[in-house]
Design a protein around this ligand. Structure first.
Ligand SMILES: NC(=O)c1ccc[n+]([C@@H]2O[C@H](COP(=O)([O-])OP(=O)(O)OC[C@H]3O[C@@H](n4cnc5c(N)ncnc54)[C@H](OP(=O)(O)O)[C@@H]3O)[C@@H](O)[C@H]2O)c1
Length: 220
């Protein structure tokens, strides 16, 4: 697939490495000029591009940047992707540590729902709850003992299936976590967040989640 990645840090850089190694054609961008990604490009074979060009003709787009920076993305940033291409977002809202207050999220909109509004596209939420080093190093083939499962939230349809399949290719067990309206079940502070559970563990943790925002992830 042709995959456009916006954000080249811990998660975007890790996904660039892993997806390029799987043979995907990766275009990757940060907030600066493509030249600043020369080392990552040389290491992986990915093509560094401006963020505004990352989604062009992509079969799948990934947005992986600090939540507070999402409004800085250009309007229509993912609009040039192929028709039906899913847009994955990996973001988390850390109001106290990094992002400052975002009223709509504090008022109850899911973190992914807010990203979708900002970029003007539906999104699929995955990779938000796994530490980047585990994403880099702990993928194993389907059926392997102790395979880490990852919840995938988004509207049902072919785009979501593409994302579920990609999670499997990356070495993790995809678990359908429902719609974006349900994606609060995998936000920071929930039972599944950061835990590296297997598929049964992920399903149980998603079911145990409660909707109130934990104090450490709120400014209320
Ligand atoms: N770190 C983890 O283990 C982890 C795990 C799961 C989810 N997450 C979430 O995933 C997201 C990314 O986390 P991270 O740890 O990868 O962050 P990071 O290491 O700080 O990297 C952030 C990346 O986003 C880029 N960026 C920032 N603003 C941008 C903009 N306006 N346009 C294009 N690119 C922009 C940065 O580019 P510059 O270098 O040019 O600033 C950098 O490449 C966050 O929401 C985080 O909460 C993180």
């Amino acid at each position: 697939m042709r995959i456009g990645i916006i954000g080249a840090g811990h998660i975007g850089g890790t996904l660039t490495r892993k997806l390029a190694a799987l043979g995907h054609e990766v275009r990757v961008a940060n907030s600066r000029a493509p030249e600043t990604l020369a080392d990552l490009a040389a290491e992986t074979g990915a093509t560094p591009v401006w963020a505004a060009d990352a989604a062009t003709d992509a079969d799948l787009v990934i947005v992986s940047i600090p939540q507070k920076n999402v409004p800085a993305l250009a309007p229509g940033i993912v609009a040039k992707a192929k028709d039906g291409a899913p847009v994955v977002e990996t973001n988390n809202y850390y109001p106290q540590q990094r992002d400052g207050r975002i009223d709509a999220i504090e008022d109850g909109l899911t973190e992914s729902g807010w990203v979708a509004e900002q970029i003007g596209s539906p999104v699929v939420k995955v990779f938000n709850g796994i530490f980047w080093k585990h994403l880099l190093e702990r993928g194993v083939p389907a059926g392997a003992e102790g395979r880490i499962a990852l919840p995938v939230a988004g509207d049902d349809g072919p785009g979501k299936q593409v994302v579920l399949d990609l999670v499997d290719q990356l070495g993790f067990e995809p678990v359908d976590a429902g719609s974006i309206a349900e994606s609060w079940r995998q936000q920071p502070g929930t039972p599944v967040y950061g835990k590296d559970f297997d598929a049964d563990g992920v399903r149980a943790a998603l079911a145990q989640a409660t909707p109130e925002r934990p104090a450490e992830f709120s400014t209320q």
